[in-house]
Write a protein that binds this ligand. Structure first.
Ligand code: SF4
Length: 400
């Protein structure tokens, strides 16, 4: 059993990223988490991700203070609690970035960029800031829930990517440079491959990393895609994890069962959940959430088309049929005994338990499935006692 030592380096990498946000001489693009970060970096923008800020509000458990502030403005507390936490934080002029990194606040945007490949909420979210800052907003309306992404879909998204260029040129003051775009995409591809290999170390028994650790270590692949820093970080993390595999050292003391976590993390309860599973000798080794930042299809030789393909085929954007196939592969590859579906109250987009999937998956694979209720940030929708009982009963049943 070990602790992940790279956490220290992670802290430095993330601190540098956030401290960089204090530089008022730079131009900031705000981007959705699976938006075209590589393209934005190629123009020289620093990139801020409101969802990352939402997750920070969740982990610091400050969301509860901010969601009601956004609700007063008409943003229902039933919609994405990243959105309501983030807008509430902005309206309250209060962010944990001040306490943790000494920042006055989130940097002001020069441009807002979205991709609806994950949900329409991100567009509504950035629209608020577009009105607030009188700031240009551009984006991609992705074809959604496809079994398979066809050439016409790629052409459509490629066209939309290219249509953003004049606005990005005007706002950044820089001409589009295809070689620079190829470079940022290549860096992103290299980081994403390393991240994939980090996650895949959990195929080993015992697993050297759990889903709960991965949600923290995924920070650079979300916010630093297209940079050397992200690549170097995952080289270090992979090196460490491979060492643990060699030593047969697991992230938990005893691994009797292997679990797949389906859906969003419960940010304010990561430690609680991690300890609950570990105490019951169950290693949570796989998820599609952390895999969402693996972009196998990036190819710097075809930067637009490959970005269009990679960003259109993310798990959340696929059909129920494709999702089920991908989950079955993960269940097989990670030798999963049970799947825990998180029914996240305010994110139906990343909740896959509401249309009969747990039952179908159980019938088709023979693995046990469980649904727990909760939320990414809004802890009013989560009960520790109820979840503990459900999870412990589930684990007990699997052990019999
Ligand atoms: S996918 Fe869900 S959590 Fe993420 S921004 Fe959209 S609604 Fe919010």
């Amino acid at each position: 059993m070990h602790k992940i030592e790279s956490a220290k380096l992670l802290k430095d990498v993330m601190t540098n990223y956030f401290l960089g946000m204090g530089d008022k001489t730079k131009k900031y693009a705000w981007c959705t988490s699976v938006g075209p970060a590589e393209l934005l970096r190629s123009f020289g923008f620093e990139v801020h991700f409101p969802e990352n800020h939402g997750a920070l509000l969740g982990t610091t458990r400050t969301s509860g203070d901010f969601i009601p502030v956004a609700s007063k403005l008409g943003y229902s507390s039933d919609i994405c609690s990243y959105l309501t936490s983030d807008i509430g934080s902005y309206l309250s002029k209060n962010t944990p970035l001040t306490k943790h990194y000494g920042l006055e606040g989130v940097p002001k945007p020069s441009v807002l960029v979205y991709n609806t490949n994950q949900c329409r909420e991100v567009q509504d979210w950035l629209s608020f800031y577009s009105r607030e800052f009188d700031c240009p907003m551009v984006g991609v309306q992705s074809p959604r829930y496809l079994d398979e992404v066809k050439k016409a879909d790629i052409d459509n998204v490629t066209y939309q990517f290219k249509a953003m260029l004049p606005v990005l040129e005007e706002v950044s003051g820089n001409k589009f440079d295809i070689d620079r775009f190829r470079e940022t995409l290549k860096l992103s591809k290299e980081a994403t491959f390393l991240w994939k290999r980090c996650l895949e170390t959990a195929k080993n028994i015992p697993a050297p990393i759990s889903f709960f650790d991965s949600t923290i270590h995924m920070g650079p692949i979300v916010v630093l895609r297209g940079t050397e820093e992200a690549k170097h970080y995952y080289e270090a993390l992979l090196n460490e994890l491979e060492g643990h595999v060699k030593d047969a050292s697991g992230i938990i003391g005893k691994e009797d069962l292997r679990i797949y976590w389906e859906g969003m993390p419960i940010w304010g309860k990561l430690r609680f959940m991690s300890e609950l599973f570990a105490k019951n000798n169950a290693a949570v080794v796989a998820s599609t959430y952390c895999n969402s930042w693996i972009f196998d299809d990036f190819d710097e030789n075809e930067p637009f088309e490959s970005s269009a393909l990679a960003y259109s085929t993310i798990f959340i954007n696929t059909s129920e049929k494709t999702k089920t196939e991908r989950m079955k592969n993960l269940i097989n590859e990670y030798k999963i005994d049970g799947v825990v579906f998180h029914d996240s109250k305010t994110c139906f987009n990343n909740t896959n338990s509401r249309f009969g999937m747990p039952q179908r998956l159980k019938d088709e694979t023979g693995v046990e499935t469980l649904v727990i209720e909760g939320d990414l940030c809004d802890l009013r929708f989560f009960s520790e006692a109820q979840s503990t009982t459900k999870i412990e009963t589930f684990i007990e049943q699997m052990k019999k």
